[in-house]
Design a protein around this ligand. Structure first.
Ligand SMILES: Nc1nc2c(ncn2[C@@H]2O[C@H](COP(=O)(O)OP(=O)(O)OP(=O)(O)O)[C@@H](O)[C@H]2O)c(=O)[nH]1
Ligand SMILES: [Mg+2]
Length: 308
């Protein structure tokens, strides 16, 4: 028997534990003190936020906003720093465009993109399980045809989850795999077709052409399906994920972000930096290697868990 799975809040807390520890190590009891923000406190706050990888622009913005809040707040009962910080982080996160989300009833195709090793295939397994749990019919497409092992990895997840995987031999045209998958999805009245793509970035034109071809085929063969492109970023790469994402966004249209491997890093503050600087909604967080380790993103919960 498997041990009982912790609830979503527990999973989020667990995934953010290392970042949360780094913040509380640095800030210590400051978090529970009234936010007075003298020069020394400001400096410690700035260092802690940078250490948690919020990045310079986002850290500067946060400190400005907190300073402003402190300036305006009731002198008799100043608020604690922990609460202020959580509120302002949640506010920054809520300022990104609202996600289209996968919630709608219409059939959808989810194109999962991202550089090699970002966590695409594992994240697809997680998304598939999430959709299955919601009672939807799911189909996976192995359109990362670059390596045979990539196809095998998705096929293995398909077996574990009891989900069919449309595949062709390694080296075949990814768009041809998508074409096959679309026919199967229509024939079987699938609700969610989730597509694994290759993440080679060394040739932007190639990647762009490949994704454009996939989109053309979807438009031609499955116009009734909504298309959502999710960019997977490896949270352990911290601020470097930003540069990587920008390179990717130059080649592909992206609707939202999935930040993987948060459990393996103290750089969880990068979530805030990435969302704000790319102006894209964070949709999901990956917090482990099993298919259950996915958390739907919610700004307030995230900010609270980060500082809890
Ligand atoms: N701890 C942890 N590990 C993860 C998470 N997501 C993915 N991984 C691990 O990261 C590694 C790479 O994940 P993949 O899903 O294979 O990444 P990919 O983007 O499909 O990689 P390529 O197909 O090689 O481009 C694997 O060992 C995964 O188990 C996560 O949320 N937490
Ligand atoms: Mg993969």
């Amino acid at each position: 028997m498997e041990p009982p799975k912790p609830g979503l809040w527990g999973r989020l807390r667990g995934g953010l534990a290392r970042t949360q520890e780094r913040l509380s190590e640095r800030l210590g009891s400051l978090l529970d003190l009234p936010a007075t923000l003298d020069a020394a406190t400001l400096e410690e706050l700035e260092e802690a936020l940078l250490a948690a990888d919020l990045g310079v622009p986002t850290t500067t913005l946060l400190i400005e906003r907190i300073r402003e809040r402190v300036r305006r707040s009731d002198v008799e009962r100043p608020e604690r720093l922990r609460g202020l910080l959580a509120e302002e982080i949640a506010r920054i996160l809520a300022e990104t465009p609202a996600p289209a989300g996968l919630g709608g009833p219409e059939p959808a195709i989810v194109l999962v993109v991202g550089v090699n090793g970002a966590g695409k295939t594992t994240s697809i397994a997680k998304l598939a399980r999430r959709e299955l749990a919601a009672g939807r019919r799911v189909l996976l497409a192995a359109a990362d045809t670059f390596r045979a092992a990539a196809i095998e990895q998705l096929a293995l997840w398909g077996e574990r989850l009891g989900v069919e995987v449309v595949r062709q031999a390694a080296g075949s045209d990814p768009a041809a795999v998508v074409f096959d998958a679309l026919q199967a999805a229509k024939a079987r009245r699938v609700d969610r077709l989730i597509v694994d793509t290759a993440g080679r970035l060394h040739n932007k034109e190639h990647l762009m052409a490949e994704l454009a071809k996939i989109r053309r085929i979807i438009a031609r063969e499955a116009a009734a399906f909504r298309v959502e492109t999710v960019l997977v970023l490896d949270a352990t790469t911290g601020q470097n994920a930003l540069a990587q994402a920008r390179a990717f966004l130059a080649a592909a249209e992206v609707d939202g972000l999935l930040l993987s491997k948060l459990d393996g890093t103290a750089k969880g503050g990068m979530v805030v930096a990435v969302a704000r600087e790319l102006n894209l909604p964070v949709l999901y967080l990956g917090v482990g290697e099993t298919a259950d380790d996915l958390v739907d993103f919610e700004p307030r919960e995230f900010a609270t868990a980060l500082l809890a």
